[in-house]
Design a protein around this ligand. Structure first.
Ligand code: AGP
Length: 609
């Protein structure tokens, strides 16, 4: 999953491309590159590391003027992060330059074929086959567009591609299959990017490219072709409501801390206009067009990845308890390759912050012809999953920039509570209490954030641990899994989330004085059981820190390291517990001096399988 950006127009192309790449670093940041057409020639500059490093390298060429350029920031899939493997890639005489996001699955076969025809490859990447293949077809197809289209027909896998050609100095050629690509419409200039956030400073008028579409982008216009149907496509631009302010870091040192501190307004935005205690109703406009079908749903399969999957697990408890509909939560990457029965009265519910996660998109595509309802819970407006599902609910959490997902989890759990209430049609005895309590959660989230300093102290105390265990029961079990993921992905500490009841069946063997446990022990009918698990750990000298509900004195007999959260219904506790585990992992990573927003080896939106 990489980020690509392009510009063609009346102004300098370098600045918008470089600034766009910086905005896309959440997609990959191990190397970057830019290719441009100048008055007399082509110029390509590549560098290992962040986009800043590329910018420094570019300073050597600051006399160069260009009105057309494409750029790339990389997350290596094939070949390590080196200058040679960085994009753009080109053909032998460097007249064709290409940037690519995705994976060409049949690149080895194409390489062998082209090598037999005398083509030489310099990099280890899958992408390098593209400029050589275009070069190959240019010999017979007569135009760049035809050569590009013939090339695409040879590729299998996922791609968002931008290509430029020295002999076509006014046009950028782009194509999309699975990986996201948006075109920005300006005045005498046009843009392209993997994500609208990269070009928002220049325009809010965008055209989303669909699968099997190719576009020719020039300063004066955009022409779209559907290569499967071999027809030209007319599509009007959409106006995006994007608040740059919201995307800014403000006074926070990191986006992760900023996004954790947005928890109160995140819950508020997710319930606004939807949760209505005054009329005892929940209104989810995004499901109106499938209200009929929803009545006949007798099973829900939730598909998602990472943090969204753990939010789905909380959703499973909520929907089953409130609406009495059986729910199965499946990892999207596993779901795609499973053969399981799927009746038409089953609904698929995909959860994704970015709306671009390839595994989740593949899971939705899998049931395309099953005649089942495909629903989505998505944060990124206009993203692929939002456009490919039949109906859904937006999270309205605003752009999430830190690779570690925080406010999106809070928004997803809030939306899942709303969907559970909606599907229960008020029949559950919990309906009214939860509906009324949801509007109190923003205030209670504020109270949890007031414990940030206490959490920081605990993080300092435990930051040098090598291993960590997170324990929870019932609604807190998915939070234990999520807590462990947060710690893993930004502090690189080995952490495991476990159902507390499972301790005796194995994990207890790991416990000793150097293996701390984070126990999620908020008030619930199962609290006593969680406390006995803590006892068992204490009996083996295992250090314990805990989250508990205000007023719980018993826990202080077991550990002094307790973070208290306000009292609320067990079903909504994940919204408060999440803030504690997110802050804890954040402060541990800061204590270890790590790059919190850009953890190693990860990227924000995983657009390759
Ligand atoms: C979470 O912090 C990670 N960034 C990752 O696990 C993420 O949740 C996963 O890749 C799913 O992303 P999505 O919600 O955008 O589909």
């Amino acid at each position: 999953m990489c980020g690509i950006v392009g510009y063609v127009g009346k102004n300098s192309a370098i600045e918008p491309v470089i600034q766009g790449l910086k905005a896309l670093e959440y997609r990959g940041y191990d190397s970057a590159g830019i290719s441009m057409l100048t008055d007399r020639d082509t110029l390509t500059v590549k560098q290992v590391g962040r986009v800043e490093a590329l910018e420094e390298e570019l300073a050597e060429h600051n006399s160069v003027k260009s009105r057309l350029a494409i750029g790339h920031t990389r997350w290596a899939t094939h070949g390590s992060p080196t200058i040679t493997n960085a994009h753009p890639h080109f053909n032998a005489d460097e007249s064709i330059m290409v940037v690519h996001n995705g994976i060409i699955e049949n690149y080895q076969d194409i390489r062998t074929r082209l090598a037999k025809a005398g083509y030489k490859f310099v990099s280890q990447t899958d992408t390098e086959v593209i400029p050589h293949l275009i070069d190959h077809y240019l010999k017979t197809e007569g135009s760049f567009l035809k050569a590009f289209t013939a090339t695409l027909k040879d590729l299998t896998g996922a791609y968002a591609i931008a290509a430029i050609h020295a002999q076509n100095p006014d046009t950028i050629y782009v194509a999309r299959l699975s990986s996201p690509l948006v075109i920005g419409i300006g005045n005498g200039e046009n843009f392209l990017a993997s994500d609208p956030a990269a070009i928002m400073d220049h325009t809010k008028k965008v055209i989303y490219l669909n699968d099997y579409e190719v576009a020719e982008i020039s300063a004066s216009g955009v022409k779209i072709h559907d290569i499967k149907k071999a027809v030209e496509v007319k599509r009007a631009a959409e106006e995006l409501d994007f608040d740059n302010e919201k995307a800014a870091l403000g006074d926070f040192p990191h986006f992760m801390l900023k996004e954790i501190h947005e928890a109160p307004q995140t819950i508020q935005s997710a319930i606004r206009g939807r949760v209505r205690p005054e009329t005892n109703t929940v209104k989810l406009g995004g499901l109106d067009n499938v209200a009929q079908q929803l009545q006949f749903i007798d099973r829900i399969v939730i598909v998602a990845c990472g943090t969204s999957y753990y939010a789905g697990l909380v959703g499973e408890y909520l929907i089953e308890e409130l609406a009495g509909i059986p729910v199965e939560v499946q990892l999207a990457s596993e779901f795609k390759y499973r053969n399981e029965p799927f009746s038409r009265s089953t609904a698929l519910l995909a959860i994704s912050q970015s709306g671009e996660t390839a595994d989740t998109i593949a899971a939705i595509k899998k049931v395309e012809n099953y005649g089942v309802l495909r629903l989505g819970i998505v944060n990124a407006v206009g993203s692929t999953i939002a456009r490919m599902t039949d109906a859904g609910v937006y999270c309205h959490a605003g752009p999430e920039q830190s690779v570690a997902s925080t406010k999106a989890f809070i928004a997803q759990v809030t939306v899942l509570a709303e969907i559970a209430l909606h599907l229960s049609q008020g029949r559950s005895p919990l309906y009214k209490p939860l509906l009324n309590e949801l509007v109190n959660l923003p205030e209670k989230a504020k109270q949890v954030l007031e414990s940030a300093d206490d959490i920081k102290k605990l993080a300092k105390k435990y930051a040098n641990q090598r291993d960590f265990l997170y324990l929870g029961r019932n609604y807190s079990y998915p939070c234990a899994l999520e807590g462990a993921l947060k710690l893993k992905e930004i502090s690189y500490i080995h952490a495991e989330g476990y159902a507390a009841g499972e301790m005796k069946h194995g994990p207890l063997a790991m416990i000793d004085k150097d293996f701390p446990t984070f126990a999620l022990a908020c008030d619930s009918p199962l609290l006593e059981k969680t406390l006995s698990s803590i006892e068992e750990i204490k009996a083996r000298s295992g250090p314990v820190l805990a989250v508990a509900t205000v007023g719980n004195k018993a826990i202080t007999k077991l550990t002094a390291d307790v973070i208290y959260v306000p009292k609320t219904h067990e079903q909504l506790q994940p919204l408060l517990i999440a803030i504690v585990i997110q802050l804890f992992s954040y402060y541990v990573a800061v204590e270890k001096g790590l790059n919190v927003d850009r953890p190693r080896n990860l990227a924000k939106s995983v657009t390759v399988e």
